[in-house]
Design a protein around this ligand. Structure first.
Ligand SMILES: CC(C)(COP(=O)(O)OP(=O)(O)OC[C@H]1O[C@@H](n2cnc3c(N)ncnc32)[C@H](O)[C@@H]1OP(=O)(O)O)[C@@H](O)C(=O)NCCC(=O)NCCS
Length: 201
């Protein structure tokens, strides 16, 4: 599979490259990322290199049934050149035709809709282009920014599974949510947890 890019409304999603290593190292020092995402702690430069040149490339070597497919979230930087704002990825979920979405946004790029845009873009790609029937979302209980984001993107929260995730070597309870292709067809705005829809601005 040749690496390919996707276009969001606010960001471009493109493959990672070795040149991203230092920026990945920098933004993964953030306490929120280390709290909620299963990255190594402490996070070292070699962890970033293993990601940009190893893990982030593997997903392109196989069909989506094999390994995670990761995209860099890029926005125009102050100098006009693409600036790495975070990552979004899809990974195979065992039942088949189902993938799990994962994401993070660097602290200096949060609160401007980038994760919402990136997740909307890869979810539409999975359900429309890749023929997936379901996208799964999971987060450790308490990660409300991530849960609000998932709901805003149309995921339906299914509940809490005990001892669902491993974070920093500890098993923690996880919230799970899903979105199906038929949900996407009805999605015409930002969803809220009580089922109300706020139309796009
Ligand atoms: C969760 C996380 C990815 C959100 O990233 P983000 O880019 O700040 O997300 P968004 O900007 O799309 O949404 C954040 C807020 O900005 C608001 N926002 C501002 N401008 C917006 C726009 N143009 N469009 C949509 N939302 C916008 C959103 O409404 C949202 O408000 P809320 O916090 O009240 O729900 C980020 O906080 C993060 O990386 N956290 C640590 C890692 C993590 O938890 N990853 C997920 C593991 S499950």
């Amino acid at each position: 599979m040749n690496p390919y890019s996707l276009a969001g409304e606010l960001c471009q999603l493109t493959p990672f490259a070795a040149a991203d290593t230092e920026r990945v190292f920098d933004y993964c020092q953030d306490a929120e990322i280390q709290r909620w995402v299963p990255v190594p702690v402490p996070y070292r430069m070699e962890d970033a290199a293993v990601f940009t040149t190893g893990a982030a490339q593997k997903g392109w070597e196989t069909e989506l049934t094999g390994a995670d497919r990761n995209w860099a979230i890029r926005v125009p930087g102050p100098d006009g050149r693409p600036y790495l704002a975070g990552s979004v990825g899809l990974k195979p979920d065992p039942p088949g035709k189902s993938v799990e979405v994962g994401y993070l946004v660097a602290a200096d790029c949060r609160g401007r809709g980038l994760a919402t845009d990136a997740v909307n873009t890869v979810v539409a790609h999975a359900l429309r282009d890749l023929g997936m029937r379901r996208v799964l979302w999971q987060a450790a209980v308490g990660n409300w920014p991530s849960r609000r984001l998932a709901v805003r993107c149309g995921f339906k929260v299914e509940g809490t599974l005990r001892s669902q995730l491993i974070l920093r070597g500890q098993a923690v309870d996880g919230w799970v949510a899903t979105i199906l292709a038929e949900d996407l067809a009805q999605k015409d705005g930002y969803w809220t947890e009580d089922g109300r829809v706020r139309l796009w601005d």
